[in-house]
Write a protein that binds this ligand. Structure first.
Ligand SMILES: Cc1cc2nc3c(=O)[nH]c(=O)nc-3n(C[C@H](O)[C@H](O)[C@H](O)COP(=O)(O)OP(=O)(O)OC[C@H]3O[C@@H](n4cnc5c(N)ncnc54)[C@H](O)[C@@H]3O)c2cc1C
Length: 386
């Protein structure tokens, strides 16, 4: 029978990063199982690719403090491009409560070691991006090491490098059940046969709850549709722009190719496996876009190029990572709530540390992210969600 030291379910950016970090740490007998014929058909290939350290909780900030420098050194270290572009994230405050919130977050971020984030006055923002409507802007924060990566390229780089170090990827292979014995995890059954293993990592993205159910737990991860609208080429706003977040509406955008990529999280969206792009969304987002950037009134949109994908929401908008008590050998890397690309490097390191050593120093208190927090009702609270 086929065997593996560790079987990872899901070959998106998270499963790929875990495979790379395990092989890098010397654990070579790693098998990644991906049901699609190609990687990236889950959320990773749909992502906006934003990476930021501007979060409000220590664990999320610390996960970014590992991940962003990792992306900065990715090409040299892995020999594959991640496409990291440090163009920054600019949060625009239009209410005093926004400013108070940003300044409290900035205090936490700098206390944890982030040195590239700063508070901006309204005049700074006006001179940085004169094309913004700024009559209601009170100030904001800008972090110069935040920016964007190419999620698809980073995922492929992680996996190619993991395979060079000994990992195996089975595509077109679906997990069908998880076998347990007195010692915990014993094997996985797949459409390609049984694999004996003592360690299984759930990296199944928006489908994580189904995989967890096979191991006998109810994982509170729900799919939630998010839609993105790319513009046609447009030169009347700078392509050097950071990711700009209008806190008054939640509308955000960044340069992409010769145009701009527009995002807005419709509060009326409901959970479910909805993968279709809804054409009526274009008007909703363009209203918000032109409200903040008047020249965006002239953006040309080809609806056929717009797309939808799934966020993998957890109840407290934090990842659910680590071992599961009562099921020795079963590990979770789920529930990123829309931050799985930016937190993939730290997740890979944390999972590899926990699997191989039982501890990690990427974050101060990794137990905060364990599945058991829901039973204990010790939920975290992240409000800096886009
Ligand atoms: C529109 C949009 C914008 C986003 N923007 C950002 C952003 O700016 N920054 C950011 O950090 N994140 C962003 N995200 C979130 C990010 O894309 C995800 O958090 C991340 O891709 C999750 O990676 P993953 O590997 O866990 O999941 P996925 O990429 O979904 O991979 C999971 C894989 O598991 C496979 N799988 C599932 N079940 C099985 C099974 N039973 N057997 C075998 N294989 C299975 C699937 O086929 C899939 O390939 C965005 C997401 C969307 C949809």
């Amino acid at each position: 029978m086929q065997t593996a030291d560790v079987v990872i379910i899901g070959g998106g950016i998270v499963g790929s990063s875990i495979a790379w970090h395990l092989t890098e740490a010397g654990c070579k007998d790693v098998l990644v199982i991906e049901r699609e014929s190609a990687q990236g058909k889950g959320s990773t290939g749909k992502s906006m690719g934003g990476v930021r350290a501007q979060f409000s909780t220590a664990v999320n900030i610390q996960m970014s403090l590992y991940s962003i420098p990792f992306y900065a050194g990715f090409d040299e270290r892995l020999g594959h491009p991640a496409g990291y572009r440090p163009q920054g994230y600019l949060f625009l405050a239009t209410r005093q409560s926004h400013l108070d919130y940003l300044s409290a977050n900035l205090e936490k971020q700098t206390a944890l070691g982030l040195s590239t984030v700063r508070m901006l006055q309204a005049e700074d923002i006006r001179s940085m991006l004169p094309g913004l409507r700024s009559d209601d802007i009170l100030g904001g924060t800008f972090c110069s090491t935040d920016g964007f990566v190419d999620p698809y390229s980073a995922m492929n780089g992680f996996m190619a490098s993991a395979i060079e170090k000994g990992a195996t990827l089975w595509k077109k292979t679906e997990l069908t059940s998880i076998v347990k014995d007195h010692g915990g995890i014993a094997a996985v059954d797949t459409t390609r046969g049984r694999v004996a293993t003592r360690k299984v990592v759930n990296a199944a993205g928006a489908w994580a709850a189904q995989v967890a159910a096979m191991a006998g737990i109810e994982l509170p991860v729900q799919p939630l549709r998010r839609m993105l609208v790319p513009s046609e080429p447009f030169d009347d706003f700078p392509h050097s722009s950071p990711m700009v977040i209008d806190m008054s509406t939640g509308f955000h955008f960044r340069p992409e190719g010769r145009g701009f990529l527009l995002a807005w999280n419709d509060p009326e969206e409901t959970p479910g496996y909805k993968a279709d792009f809804e054409p009526s969304f274009i008007e909703k987002i363009l209203i918000r876009a032109a409200d903040r950037v008047p020249v965006f009134e002239n953006l040309a949109i080809n609806p056929k190029r717009a797309w939808a994908g799934l966020y993998e929401m957890s109840p407290d908008l934090h990842a659910i990572l680590g071992p599961v008590s009562g099921i020795p050998g079963f590990y979770l890397a789920n529930g990123f709530s829309g931050h799985g690309v930016m937190h993939a490097p730290s997740t890979g390191k944390i999972l590899s540390d926990l699997i191989l050593k039982g501890r990690t120093d990427v974050v101060d208190n990794v137990e905060l992210l364990y599945f058991e927090r829901f039973a204990k009702n010790e939920l975290l609270h992240e409000t800096a969600i886009l």
